[in-house]
Unconditional design. Structure first.
Length: 177
């Protein structure tokens, strides 16, 4: 069962560049459908891991990486597709935070401080905000509704603040005395 669960997670990683390609070619409906499928893989890998007590070390590593890859690919694609400097700036901050937290986790692991970088509730909420915001953008593009893009921009600003704040929390936790 563990291999099946990890396969579901890996599928999410492979969906990210596929969604990006559809985004580049303007097939927004396919983007939404594949993004929804990616969301289902995120739900079901966790559900099956808990239900069958099949949590694995590889799965614990792959799941957040899959989320980050999905978010990074689509944010970059949306920045290009929408030709948005705001989105490019905010996406860069989000990506920098994700890389920084990955470095913190590596540092923590090397110094027996891994418990200080365990995923927090707010960090899980951050991922949900990121995915929700991306979904809003994709929906706005699919239905050609510009007001929804503006609303998505507002959500992206809020999401960026949450993302940066959780990174700040991790920094404080790792370097506290």
């Amino acid at each position: 069962m563990t291999n099946f669960i990890n396969f579901i997670t890996i599928a999410r990683i492979f969906l990210a560049p596929i969604i990006l390609v559809f985004l580049i070619f303007g097939n927004y409906l396919a983007c939404i459908l594949l993004f929804f499928l990616a969301g289902l893989t995120d739900y079901f890998d966790g559900y099956f891991a808990r239900k069958y007590n099949a949590v694995s070390e590889l799965g614990e590593i792959l799941d957040p990486i899959a989320d980050k890859i999905l978010v990074v690919f689509i944010l970059i694609g949306l920045s290009v597709e929408l030709d948005s400097q705001l989105m490019a700036l905010l996406s860069s901050l989000i990506i920098a935070r994700e890389i920084g937290v990955a470095a913190l986790r590596d540092y923590s692991a090397r110094n027996n401080l891994s418990e200080r970088t365990k995923v927090t509730f707010l960090a899980k909420a951050k991922t949900s905000f990121q995915l929700f915001t991306i979904g809003l953008y994709l929906l706005a593009l699919a239905i050609s509704f510009n007001l929804l893009i503006v609303i998505s921009d507002i959500f992206l600003i809020v999401t960026t603040f949450i993302t940066l704040y959780t990174g700040y929390q991790y920094i404080l936790n790792v370097f506290k005395k």
